[in-house]
Design a protein around this ligand. Structure first.
Ligand code: FAD
Length: 284
């Protein structure tokens, strides 16, 4: 099912749930574990499962996993273009379409430090969106940043750039994770003021560990509310209590988003079902 159809359904008050996973670090050996975690999450009827692409600069080839996942789920593979030539991009997106996959998350990706792998055929994601739109019938999701992208001078410029992706043919906006709903609400307001009418799907990440929180918030603009900071400190030697606090906090966060008619909740599962499923049990 295409993004337009999935999130069109949301307008009648249904909450749309989806999950993000990444290719296991140990390659095919890790597929069994990943499928086990997804089996647990299947009962929440995800509208789609998205699979990251080369996140963190890794060259982990995820194509085989895309194919396997597509047999059990409506899958939205991510794709980043900074390391690929036009021809390579064309081959990749056609292969995805040949698997009868209907959706793709079109991303620029982080500029690689090793300039020899930076192909520069596509400078920004809007160029990739136009290309996919011209070459395939895939429905296209794009990234949005409630607190602004890390390279953007300010949030308004970032939203002007988001509009370029929308005008190029995107069908839905999936946001960076956030823990302060007010940042998300004011982002959606600005997005609407800029004339963008597409669904904005909230990126939700369970709180699993101090290490995870430190890593993620060092890579992007993500505010950590005082309540979370205090509990990270309080439970620094008690990982289970931290996880339980995270489940309670993120459940509260999701309830408020649902109350405010969010188009969808996209869970960054980190390939672990436990916290995501507890949160879903709490909110559905
Ligand atoms: P763009 O939309 O191109 O934006 C990048 C920067 O350039 C922004 O600062 C923007 O304001 C600016 N900009 C955009 N267009 C223009 C323009 N035409 N002219 C001037 N400036 C412009 N990374 C991975 O490696 N793999 C993944 O699987 C992955 N999945 C992600 C999923 C989500 C939901 C999100 C939010 C991010 C994901 N990322 C992933 C991270 C993403 O690749 C990085 O944030 C990357 O730096 C930007 O990609 P983008 O598509 O948002 O780029």
């Amino acid at each position: 099912m295409k993004l337009k159809e999935i999130y069109g359904k949301g307008k009648d008050g249904k909450s749309i749930i989806s999950f993000e996973v990444f290719p296991p670090k140990n390659g095919e050996e890790g597929y069994v574990d990943l499928f086990e975690e997804l089996e647990t999450l299947k009962k929440y009827n995800p509208s789609l499962v998205s699979l990251t692409y080369g996140a963190g600069g890794s060259s982990n080839n995820s194509f085989k996993l895309v194919e396997l996942l597509s047999k059990s789920f409506n899958i939205m593979p991510h794709f980043t273009c900074v390391r690929s030539t036009r021809n390579e991009v064309e081959t990749h997106i056609k292969e995805i379409e040949n698997l009868n996959i209907e959706n793709i998350l079109a991303l620029r990706g982080d500029i690689p430090e090793d300039k020899s792998v930076y192909k520069k055929d596509f400078l920004y994601a809007n160029e990739l969106v136009s290309f996919i739109q011209a070459k395939t019938n895939l429905s296209i999701g794009v990234a949005g940043y409630p607190e602004g992208h890390i390279d953007a001078p300010d949030i308004n410029t970032d939203i002007e750039n988001l509009k370029k992706k929308v005008d190029a043919g995107a069908d839905a906006i999936f946001t960076q994770l956030f823990y302060d709903n007010n940042k998300f609400f004011s982002y959606v307001e600005r997005v609407r003021k800029s004339g963008i009418e597409l669904p904005v799907i909230a990126g939700i990440m369970p709180i699993l560990s101090i290490k995870q929180m430190t890593r993620i918030t060092s890579m992007a603009k993500i505010s950590i509310p005082e309540e979370i900071k205090n509990n990270l400190e309080k439970f620094k030697d008690s990982p289970d209590d931290l996880k339980n606090f995270g489940i309670e906090y993120v459940s509260r966060q999701c309830r408020e988003l649902l109350k405010n008619n969010v188009a969808g909740l996209h869970f960054y599962t980190l390939n672990k079902a436990y916290s995501t499923s507890k949160i879903l049990d709490n909110i559905l």
